[in-house]
Write a protein that binds this ligand. Sequence first.
Ligand SMILES: Nc1ncnc2c1ncn2[C@@H]1O[C@H](COP(=O)(O)OP(=O)(O)OP(=O)(O)O)[C@@H](O)[C@H]1O
Length: 342
Amino acid sequence: MHEPTNFAINCRDVSKTFNTTKVLDQIDFQLPGGSLGALLGPSGCGKTTLLRLIAGFETIDQGQIWLGDREIASAKTHVPAEQRQIGMVFQEYALFPHLTVGQNVGYGLGRQARQQRIDELLELVGLAGLAKRMPHELSGGQQQRVALARALAPNPQLLLLDEPFSNLDAGLRDQVRSATKQILRHVGATALFVTHDQAEALSLADQVTVMLGGKVMQSASPHELYLRPTSQAVAQFVGEANFLAGIARDNSVECGLGQLLLTKPMHGPVTLMIRPEALQLVPDPIGNGLILGQRFYGHYQLLDVQIGALQLAVQTGPRLDLAPNLRVAVSVQGPVVAFEAS
Ligand SMILES: Nc1ncnc2c1ncn2[C@@H]1O[C@H](COP(=O)(O)OP(=O)(O)OP(=O)(O)O)[C@@H](O)[C@H]1O
């Protein structure tokens, strides 16, 4: 079957079983050309397996994968990894320890114009002048850039990155992440990276795909995913969320915070999701809430507030006037998302 699309990657109904465990269950996944995608999910959800199927390191049991309009995998087809024009960056970088930086970058290139391309790529990743160094003479961040330059050298149609920043310490990680994004944008690459770090996925990717238990739960822009999760599971996995029960009638819902407005009409029992920053509080001796606890993060804080039988997280900026045992008035100032009660 041929399915021409505008997607750089198109996975349809892809399943994979190891021994008797179904690791990927009817995956539908698309990534537009020129964009940066993230596969996000907890450990064991199957994200690395999906990346490896796209790379061609494993065969698929069912479904199809296209790279542009080329079918690269199905139950009957398996284009070998080296013929897929896919570049890889591994978690451990996998640099050849006995080769210099320049030789590492040039590894997948033919002889022609090799030196020029190596220089060009080292310049691109900000390592011009380090071609003669050995990998062990570089910092973690520099090694990651060499791995990126090596993957980009043959001009791949697609770049796959497996937890590319997890080996870097926190201080360096942010810096390397934005440098990587800049480089990928500069060369107009289509790239897909795997992460279990939601902040990394939200801050870096154009499209975030949440996987849970071998299934794709939602694929959307970071804003859409955070503000309009389509399931309670996604809302819970991405960011901090408050859940409360309610009874919906048309565009309003009755719940422990009173009557609230819904963005779409619903009926009957629902579960409401309200982000901590969608709640506001002010000190009030006769208010509806009591501060039970405080989690202070510097540029913001989360306050655990008891309201009747509910316990909700409320986000504020750093303030000195809020502390446990203070009575406050809590109100809803942001979007309320409703799911059919499960
Ligand atoms: N070659 C294999 N043989 C048997 N089971 C495997 C194989 N590869 C992966 N699995 C199993 O498949 C499941 C999904 O693994 P996968 O590595 O895709 O998850 P992940 O979401 O990337 O997790 P992590 O973030 O921990 O790497 C796990 O239960 C894993 O043990």
